[in-house]
Each structure stands twice: as C-alpha cells, then as structure tokens.
Design a protein around this ligand. Structure first.
Ligand code: ADP
Ligand code: ZN
Length: 607
C-alpha cells in the first residue's frame, strides 16, 4: 500500500495528472463525435432501402438488430430501421452485397456508456477526496485521518499585531515576554531560564483571544498553527492522539512557531469525567498533548509555544495547568468602557464614519458588549448606512444597529390594539420614571421606545456614566425597583396583571438572589454566608433553602411596595410620560427631562 499512499499524497503533480486525463478523455470523445458528424448520414425508409438493393446501388450493409447502416456505391452513408419480425438477410447475398449481422442490439454502445459513467464516477470521487483533504489543511491526503487539521499561516500572511488589539492592556503585557522569547530564545537560555511552553487565554467568546494569539505570532514574526480542540475528536480511538503528534511535528519543523488551540476544553476536560462514549479517545488525545508539551524542549532547539483558549478553565484537567504546560494564564475579560472606546475606534477606522460621532458615548451605551459585538455594531451600522445610501455612518445608524443587536429587528408587522399600546406605554414609562425618581442610585436614562423589536414590545435603555466596580445594596435595590416599575405602573393604572413583565421579573429575581446568596445583603438569621448551590462545597440544608426563599420574597415585596408608592405620589408624571410616549413612540432622555421638568443629570444621548 505504501506506493499507493505515496502516489495518492496530494501534490501538484497528482492534480495535474487528473486534469490531463480528463481533458484527453473529453477531447477524444469530441473528436469521435466530430468525425461521425463530418460524414453526413442519410436516413432512408425501409422501402427505399429495398429499392436501392434491388437497383444494385448498395455496396455494404451492417445489420445491428433492427438498425441497418450501410454504404452506397456513390460512397454516401445511409441508415434505416427494419421491421421487427426478422428479415431473411440472405437475399443480400444474391445481390452480391457485402454484409454483416449482429443481434446484440446496441450492445457495444451500452458498454461504452457504462464505461464512461464508471470513469466519471471514479474521477469524480478522487477529485472530491483530493479537494476535501486539501480543505483539511496542510499536507492533507485522502488517507489523512491521523493528520492534524491545523491551518498554518506563514508570518507574511499574518497582518495582526498588538496595534490591532485595542484595550486588553494586561493581557498584552503578559504576552510580551513570550514574544521576546520567541524572537530571541538565547537570551533566556543563557542563564538556564526555562521559559513557559503554554499560555492559557481565558475569556468569554468574542473578547479577542484568537486575535491576541495571532497578534503574538504577528509580533514575533513566526508561523501560526491554528486548530480547534474539537478537531482532535473523532469516533476512532487513537486518531486524536495521532493528530496531536502530527501537529507538534509540523510546528517543530517550522520552529520558532505558535500553536493555537481554540476551545481546548473539548480535549482538556478532567480525565475520567467522560460524558458518554468516546471519552477513551479524548483521554488518549489529552495524554498525547501532555506528552508533547513535556517533550518538545531541548537545548538549542527553537521554541514552540502553545497558546490555548477557553471560557471554561474550571473544567480543565489539572495536569494541563502544571508547570511546564499551560502554567501561564492570561485573562481576556469583557472590555471596560475605555477598552470599548478603543475597540470601536479600531473598527471605525476601517469604515467611513462621520467624524462628529462621539465613540466615547457609543462605548457608554454598550456595556457588556464583547469585542466581537462591537466589531459587529460598526459593521451593522455600515450596512444600515449603505441601505440608506448615506455618505457617512452617523449616530442614528449606530443607535439602530445597537438596538438590532441587543433586541432583534424592528417588527413592523405586529398588530397591537390601542389598549395593548397603552399598556406598553405605561409599562415602559414605569421603568423610565423609576430611574428618573431615583437619580442617586440608578444609571441615567437613555431612551424609551414602544416600537416592538425582536421579542420585546417596548424597551427602556439606560446608559451607565462610567464603569462600575462596586455596587451598593441601595443601587441593587434601585435596579430591582426600576425592573419592577413596568408591572407596578400597569397595576396602578389598569388594575390588572399582564404577561408582559416576565423578563423584568427574571432580571429582578436574579439581582435579589445575588443580594441574598452571594453578597450577604440579607436578614439577620441568614448571616453573611455564601450560598451558591451549583458548587458542591457550598451545599446547604432544606431549612436554609426555605429561609433564602423567604428572604428573596421579602426583598422583592418591599421593592415592589416602594415602587407602587413612588408612582402613586407621582401619578401626574406617569400619566404625562405615558400619553406623550404613546404619541411619539420613541423618546430620548433629554426630551423626557424637559417634558417632566426634571433636572437633567448628564448627557444621555449618542448625538
Ligand atoms: P475569541 O477568540 O475570544 O472568541 P476573537 O479573537 O475571535 O474572539 O474576536 C472576534 C473579533 O472581535 C475579532 O476578529 C475582532 O474583530 C473583534 N475584537 C475582539 N476583541 C478585540 C479587540 N480587543 N480589539 C479589536 N477588535 C477586537
Ligand atoms: Zn418591562
């Protein structure tokens, strides 16, 4: 089999052979056709044929079942069909005509077609497999089960540097000496320092882990092998391990180089915690990875650094995190306000942005967005602007894009009755007014809208002034109150309960549960203890569980009461806001301050 393997190994030569064969084959077919066509064949009737035989005009006859072809004495070709009930062809002999008989009608033609189809199928299959192995990456061939699926990038194709990564200053700083080491390993070896071999990037998806890894390769000017943890997993035991071996082999061949393993948790989970089948395979793969990481450093050998990414460091096998393996962990968190602004800047520079757009404000309006979300925001607004054939991207496009990303598209088809609209207007006014009436403890209002979007029938946005690192009990309560504000307003005005407050309740309950269980902001008898149920070391009793429920309920009820009271005291403002909103559909904070004659807190709109 070895020679076949070698022959099949995908390379330019093999590809060319196939192309050549296909072309030759096709041109042969074409040539034959052309030759047939170049000699005109007369189709004649049976009786005419008999006449011609009678008049001794026929020179040759070839009978194939019912089909008769032949040559006349004046060298024209003819063709005819004879009746089904056999003809006694011996009469041709009496006329001295050269003839041949064949009863296997179209037999040769049939085989010819079969062969053609077979050849097409064979070539098609080979072609497909070659294409596929090519898609699988470097050195792939049709027997490439054990080949790594990693994609290799040469330094010249890596455009990313640290300049392309906005924010993430701590992460960059941590990665700096890795780059220095890759560039100049001797400097570290001189004193016998053992440099790290693995870096674990920890962070939620979209926060730029891949980007950082590529930027390290870009800065160090070395090849980059990119692979996902799930690429190692195959149903066949041993394949993953073989792929790991192959990956490291290639990386070492190109050292100094970087291996990037995205979603390492796919292979790196604790051993023995196999979820269903196939965990044998995963264990072998993981063991191979550990062996490779232990083994690949010899003096004077160029370094290979493994960078792995995960958002679940807690599930990783402890062996992976031991010294000499992924002993360096770099957190890549959600970007804070300053980083968000910087990321927006990087991506805004790639599109045509109206220079008057204040990216700082956009950053303020996008708390919790990941780097990828921000990139998407800029892109969506560019699409929005293109659709409207604007010259530049402006704040309205950005505002629209943000709402679309957060909540989904505007729903134009939805039919709401006047009564429904009124309820929604009061509901949103409730959220908004709660914020306005508790300026000390809530983040400032940004806008209110009752235009349905995605699943939401209306939305109240607020916009934090700055990044918050510490939140007080009062602030948490105020958030709960403004979340419950929608329901409270509905109840005061319409004296009935609707289903529209589900997500508000969820948000409020989440906050209150955290107050009780995580932060010890609780009634005396529960005390300042952490109650987190999903971590086994903090199990608590049934009795405590009841107390927690009671405490949560008490806080919720208290907040709701406070909200109702607040709205009763400010009924005029609630009515005015709701009726105006019903008419305008979308209102920005500045308009609302003016309408209700409330002291504005800070600038609240993008524009
Ligand atoms: P992860 O690997 O953490 O899931 P990626 O590195 O794939 O995230 O990031 C996705 C995209 O988000 C990047 O291609 C980039 O456009 C954008 N992005 C994320 N973080 C940043 C950042 N700090 N600076 C600039 N762009 C970023
Ligand atoms: Zn609501």
């Amino acid at each position: 089999m070895k020679w076949l393997k070698r022959f099949m190994r995908f390379n330019g030569g093999f590809k060319n052979i196939i192309i050549l064969m296909v072309i030759t084959f096709a041109s042969l077919l074409l040539l034959q056709r052309l030759m047939e066509m170049s000699r005109h064949v007369h189709v004649i009737g049976y009786s005419v044929f008999l006449d011609k035989v009678e008049n001794a005009e026929v020179k040759q006859v070839y009978v194939d079942g019912q089909e008769v072809r032949g040559l006349l004495k004046d060298n024209t070709l003819f063709q005819t069909i004879v009746p089904e009930n056999g003809v006694d062809w011996q009469f041709l002999r009496t006329k001295g005509i050269d003839f041949a008989l064949s009863n296997q009608s179209d037999y040769s033609y049939y085989w010819y077609m079969m062969l053609l189809i077979l050849l097409i199928v064979i070539f098609g299959t080979i072609w497909f497999m070659v294409k596929r192995s090519q898609g699988m990456g470097s050195g792939g061939n049709i027997f490439s089960m054990g080949k790594s699926k990693a994609r290799m990038f040469m330094p010249s194709t890596i455009k990313e540097t640290f300049a392309s990564v906005a924010g993430a200053e701590e992460a960059k700083e941590e990665l700096h000496d890795i780059i220095d080491y890759l560039r100049n390993p001797k400097k570290y070896r001189r004193l016998g320092a053992k440099m790290t071999r693995g870096v674990l990037l920890i962070g939620e998806p979209g926060n730029g882990k891949t980007l950082l890894a590529r930027a390290v390769a870009g800065e160090a000017n070395c090849p980059f092998f990119s692979v996902s943890g799930s690429d190692f997993i195959e149903v066949f035991v041993g394949v993953g391990a073989a792929r790991v071996r192959d990956l490291f082999l290639q990386a070492r061949r190109h050292a100094p180089s970087i291996i990037f393993i995205d979603e390492i948790d796919a292979v790196g989970r604790h051993r023995g915690s196999g979820l269903g089948g196939g965990h044998d395979e995963r264990e072998q793969t993981l063991n191979q990875l550990l062996t490779e990481m232990d083994g690949f450093l010899q003096m004077n050998e160029s370094p290979v650094i493994v960078i792995a990414a995960t958002n679940r460091p807690d599930v990783l096998d402890k062996a992976l995190l031991r010294p000499g393996r992924f002993d360096r962990q770099v957190h890549v968190p959600f970007p804070d306000l300053k980083s968000r602004e910087a990321i927006l800047k990087v991506h805004a520079d790639m599109v045509k942005m109206d220079p008057s757009v204040d990216l700082h404000k956009i950053a303020r309006g996008t708390p919790g967005f990941s780097g990828a979300d921000l990139a998407n925001l800029i892109n969506e607004s560019a699409i929005e602007a293109s659709k409207q054939e604007s010259e530049l991207i402006n704040v309205h496009h950005l505002e629209n894009a943000r709402d679309k990303i957060l909540l989904g598209k505007e729903v134009k088809s939805i039919m709401l009755t006047e009564e429904d609209k009124k309820i929604i207007a009061y509901h949103e006014s409730g959220h908004a007014l709660a914020r306005l009436l508790m300026p000390e403890t809530t983040s400032p209002l940004h806008k209110v809208t009752i235009i349905p979007r995605g699943k939401a029938l209306g939305v109240t946005h607020s916009m934090p002034e700055r990044e918050k690192y510490i939140t007080s009990k009062e602030e948490m309560e105020a958030e709960v109150i403004s979340a419950l504000g929608g329901r409270a307003a509905e109840e005061i005005i319409f004296q009935r309960l609707t289903t529209g407050a589900y997500s508000d309740f969820k948000a409020a309950t989440d906050i209150v549960r955290k107050m009780v269980c995580n932060y010890g902001m609780v009634p005396e008898e529960l005390g300042t203890i952490l109650y987190v149920q999903d971590q086994s070391q903090y199990q608590y009793s049934e009795k405590t569980s009841e107390k927690i429920d009671a405490a949560v309920r008490a806080i919720m009820e208290n907040c709701y009461k406070r909200c109702i009271q607040m709205f009763k005291d400010n009924r005029d403002k609630l009515d005015l806001l709701a009726t105006t909103l019903l008419e305008k559909e979308t209102m920005y904070a500045s308009e609302i301050y003016e309408l209700l004659n409330i002291e504005p807190r800070t600038e609240h709109t993008f524009s």
